[in-house]
Design a protein around this ligand. Structure first.
Ligand code: DGY
Length: 330
């Protein structure tokens, strides 16, 4: 734990942040800060104690910023800056009620997330984890005609659930694989993005029916909670691949398990689950056709440093009363 004594605004940092952001914070001379200097989350009890009287909070997605925490912090708190593009861990209504400004980190992670999503999609559709396991454990016999066959992107229809910055970046990367058609769903058509990849706006039903690859890119909101469920999976093709790098809460995991175990869909690749970490005893881990990653979509050195810099700059700008580079409109 690091602590400095002065009359400068007090900031609590809930996790050891990547060096670029930390350097900005240290060199700013604008705040005194205390940091939970660990790679693991600060225990809730500790967090509730540490935030008392702070002016600013820099957090990551594992911290629930709710009424209890904001009450514990008290009336000085005027800026919360999260080192994430997702903000489902923040109670926006409570923040708004208290007039607390919120910074977040869109854009800087788009490339890393899109890249990882493509990697996960290919790993799942071409059965790469199964294949390396077979090669390592003696399952590799002779060359066989249909052994470890998967599904290819060429001539496929790719469905994007939630066409924003990340959905677009994924589609741009998939296009050179000779995808035949992109389709998407969202709360409303987004022609300015869709035109860039010639994507067609369709209903959820149509997306389920037509997609050979269905990629979830939407934010977790009350409207999208559990939206990928039995009803959706039952309309998908038996050969289709489901990919989620957004938030685990968008998926009903029991329904996904059933769809995968019964062959209703061919395979799934997940970077996000509920809970995180997903217990190793979870039924999804027992399936060969489910590839699970530990929420690493933005995990490149460049991106995590950029996220920490942006989160820190947002925090400092907010505390100065200036416009933040990326501020959530509450
Ligand atoms: C985010 O920023 O919300 C991602 O899920 C973490 O990379």
């Amino acid at each position: 734990m690091q602590r400095a004594q002065s009359t400068l605004p007090r900031v609590y940092v809930t996790r050891s942040v990547p060096p670029d952001g930390l350097e900005i914070l240290r060199n700013s001379g604008q705040v005194q800060f205390e940091m939970w200097d660990s790679d693991d989350p600060v225990p809730r009890e500790e967090l509730l104690k540490r935030v008392k009287g702070i002016d600013g909070l820099l957090c990551v997605l594992t911290e629930k910023i709710d009424a209890e925490l904001l009450d514990a912090a008290g009336p000085n708190l005027r800026v919360v800056s999260t080192m994430s593009v997702g903000y489902d861990h923040l109670s926006l209504s409570e923040l708004k009620k208290r007039g607390i400004r919120v910074g977040y980190t869109p854009d800087v992670l788009t490339d890393a997330v899109a890249e990882l999503t493509v990697a996960l999609l290919l790993c799942t559709s071409r059965r790469l984890t199964e294949a390396t396991h077979e090669a390592k454990t003696g399952g590799w016999g002779t060359w066989r005609t249909l052994w470890l066959c998967g599904y290819e992107l060429a001539n496929s229809t790719v469905g994007i659930m939630g066409l924003g910055r990340i959905g677009l970046a994924i589609a741009e990367r998939l296009k050179p694989f000779k995808v035949k058609k992109f389709i998407y769903t969202d709360v409303a058509p987004r022609p300015e993005l869709a035109n860039q990849i010639q994507a067609e706006y369709v209903s959820m039903d149509e997306m389920a029916k037509q997609s050979d690859f269905l990629v979830v890119c939407c934010a977790l909101t009350p409207e999208t909670q559990g939206i990928c469920n039995k009803e959706l999976f039952s309309k998908m093709k038996k050969t289709s691949i489901f990919i989620n790098t957004s938030r685990g809460g968008v998926v009903n995991q029991e329904d996904l398990y059933d769809a995968l175990a019964t062959g209703q869909i061919a395979a799934a690749g997940l970077d996000v689950t509920v809970p995180e970490p997903l217990p190793t005893s979870h039924p999804l881990f027992s399936l060969k056709n489910c590839v699970i990653l530990p929420h690493i979509a933005s995990a490149s050195f460049t991106t995590r440093n950029a996220m920490s810099s942006l989160a820190t700059n947002n925090l400092l700008a907010g505390l100065r009363g200036n416009a933040m580079e990326k501020e959530l409109k509450l």
